[in-house]
Design a protein around this ligand. Structure first.
Ligand SMILES: [Fe+2]
Length: 334
């Protein structure tokens, strides 16, 4: 069965799309998004999205490429900032946050009429960067990324054992400007069907359930032969006149022009059945606990014959859970 996907081309009238490019420039400075190793017992030493990173290293991603963990980090630590968090955090994002087309499509995605836009954020990828195939971090009543590791939330969703507590989220991804490469590759027909590669074309968008549909970003075309020495802590800064640079305050390590960059804006909204459901969420009257989540997963692992009476340590248990429940699409070398 094919996943529901709504497409927008164009998303805004020309002036509205240009206004978002100007907003991106005005915002001006974007931090590099990187992952820190987990310190709690469960999954100690792994990364928040160990599932996606491990799959990429193991398979070479969509194109079966060989990549070291270090170079994968440079390729996938892109630049990100938040434009709205329930409320706008930058002037001019309102037409995007409250886009009627997104809200309508979100209603149809899960047949849930009450839509609450939650977050709008900007993603900027520089040449040579890409995003490994993954599903997004889902959310449940009582379990979310502020209190639980991201890989665990992904395991929970793929296990199908916590659907009663799931908070369905509609995600729209939109593109502005124009770069070479950087297609949005997604698997609407599931992991056994071929992916669809959507060019990151100016003023277009798609809306889908990215918590369930695997997706990634193909490599943005490299304009130089080697990947620049990007590192966590660096910022991508707008220098005016269509120019950008990356550095950490001192002399930039690399300079770009608008046409080099892949600029996308993501929109996420909670989708509720009715106001009663909103109230249950807000009152926390039907929340999962970590104990309940682990007990459910351990019992299921035992039913599947994957776990005996002795529990492995927290890191090995996390690796077992990822391996058992998250099934990635196989690479299909071009
Ligand atoms: Fe994603």
């Amino acid at each position: 069965m094919s996943a529901r996907v709504a497409s927008f081309a164009p998303l805004f009238p020309a002036a509205g799309a240009d206004a978002l490019l100007r907003l991106c420039e005005r915002f001006g400075s974007y931090g590099m998004y990187g992952q820190q190793p987990i310190t709690e017992e469960l999954g100690r030493g792994l990364y928040q999205r160990h599932d996606a990173a491990m799959n990429f290293i193991r398979t070479g991603g969509r194109f079966g490429r060989q990549e070291s963990f270090e170079s994968l980090a440079v390729r996938t630590n892109y630049f990100r900032e938040t434009y709205a968090y329930a409320e706008p955090v930058v002037d001019g994002i309102e037409p995007f946050l409250l886009h009627e087309g997104f809200i309508d499509a979100a209603r149809r995605l899960y047949d849930r009429p009450v839509i609450r836009p939650a977050i709008v954020y900007a993603n900027l990828l520089v040449p040579g960067q890409e995003l490994a195939v993954h599903t997004d971090v889902p959310e449940f009543r009582g379990a979310n990324r502020t209190r639980d590791p991201e890989w665990l939330l992904v395991v929970m969703h793929h296990s199908g054992l916590f659907d009663r507590w799931r908070m369905p989220i509609a995600t729209a991804v939109s593109w502005f400007g124009g770069c070479t490469g950087g297609a949005f590759a997604y698997y609407p027909g599931g992991i056994l069907a071929p992916p669809v590669a959507l060019p990151a074309a100016h003023d277009t968008a798609v809306l889908l359930d990215t918590d369930s549909v695997f997706h990634g970003v193909d490599r943005v075309t490299e304009t130089t032969t080697a990947l620049p020495p990007l590192a966590i802590g660096m910022r991508l800064t707008y220098d005016g006149d269509g120019r950008w640079s990356v550095g950490n305050g001192a002399e930039p390590v690399v300079r770009y022009r608008w046409g080099d960059l892949r600029f996308s804006i993501s929109w996420k909204a909670y989708c509720y059945v009715d106001e009663d459901e909103c109230r249950i969420v807000e009152a926390h009257t039907d929340d999962l606990t970590r104990e309940q989540v682990l007990a459910t997963l351990l019992a299921d692992l035992r039913t599947r014959g994957r776990l005996g009476e002795t529990l492995p340590n927290g890191t090995d248990l996390a690796l077992l859970l990822i391996d058992e429940y998250i099934r990635f699409p196989a690479p299909a070398p071009a």
